[in-house]
Design a binder for this molecule. Structure first.
Ligand code: G3H
Length: 253
């Protein structure tokens, strides 16, 4: 039977909900690696759905990445009182892509407030312990624990590792362990098992299940293995924003 492209995507989302049992799926046309315009469409779709979920007093944990950086462009001033909290410290990425910057952008787009995490993420154990004792850092850790929503990107493991200039030893470790994806500083293999975890003051994976929703975004065929693996670790309260190419890959595999 004849299906419009929108019907087709609605149908893909329904089949994905049936197969994976996550809260919801939102899908844009095509393969987002093919054009910057599609990357923008993906960010816009996420911004629109996120805006519908907002309520007065909502606390939102946010991560970094170029997709998340675009989301701010499509948010509007909100009537609700909102607080955006960085889920991570600096991970060695360019400033505009870090969680602190994204939290500030989303806050200015919606007229909300934001917090800043004044701490790097890749520090040694003893430095981490003393940082955790700092009141301003502690406040962020607590807010991440209590936040209602998490909004984050999913990356391809080696794209992320290179972007963060990790050393050769770490890179070799990621190769040996079969890393395929990365999200909030955690690298995972195709089974969705964490293979490298940067010790962090920010959001912990165990905090995710208690959230109202986790909004995750990834577009482009280069991320299809990463998203398939992510599906094995995603909590049930996940809402996934992807493109048609990834959606079809998830259904076929
Ligand atoms: O952790 C994953 C990354 O934030 C994804 O980054 O949106 O620039 O691909 P990206």
């Amino acid at each position: 039977p004849y299906m419009t492209t929108l019907d087709r995507r609605t149908d893909l989302a329904r089949r994905l909900r049936d197969k994976y049992g996550l809260q919801d799926f939102f899908i844009i046309r095509g393969d987002a690696d093919e054009s910057p315009e599609l990357q923008q469409e993906l960010a816009k779709l996420m911004a629109e759905e996120f805006q519908k979920m907002l309520f007065d007093g909502a606390v939102i944990s946010v991560t970094g990445g170029s997709t998340m950086a675009n989301v701010g462009k499509y948010l509007h001033p909100a009537d609700e009182k909102l607080l955006f909290v960085p889920a991570r410290g600096g991970l060695g990425e360019e400033l505009g892509n870090q969680a602190n910057s994204i939290a500030s952008r989303l806050a200015s787009a919606t007229g909300g407030e934001h917090k800043v995490l004044y701490a790097p993420d890749n520090v040694g154990e003893s430095a981490l312990e003393s940082l955790k004792a700092e009141p301003s850092v502690k406040e962020i850790a607590e807010l991440n624990q209590q936040s209602h929503y998490v909004i984050h990107g999913i990356g391809e493991a080696f794209t992320m590792a290179e972007r963060r200039n990790v050393d050769d030893e770490t890179l070799a470790g990621l190769k040996d362990s079969g890393a395929v994806g990365e999200t909030f500083g955690y690298y995972f293999d195709k089974e969705g098992d964490i293979v490298r975890k940067v010790k962090t003051i920010g959001l912990q994976l165990e905090d995710l299940e208690s959230k109202k929703a986790i909004l995750a975004v990834a577009g482009g065929s280069s991320k299809k293995e990463a998203v398939r693996a992510y599906m094995k670790m995603a909590p049930r309260n996940t809402v996934l924003f992807i493109d048609e190419t990834i959606a079809e890959f998830l259904l076929d595999s």
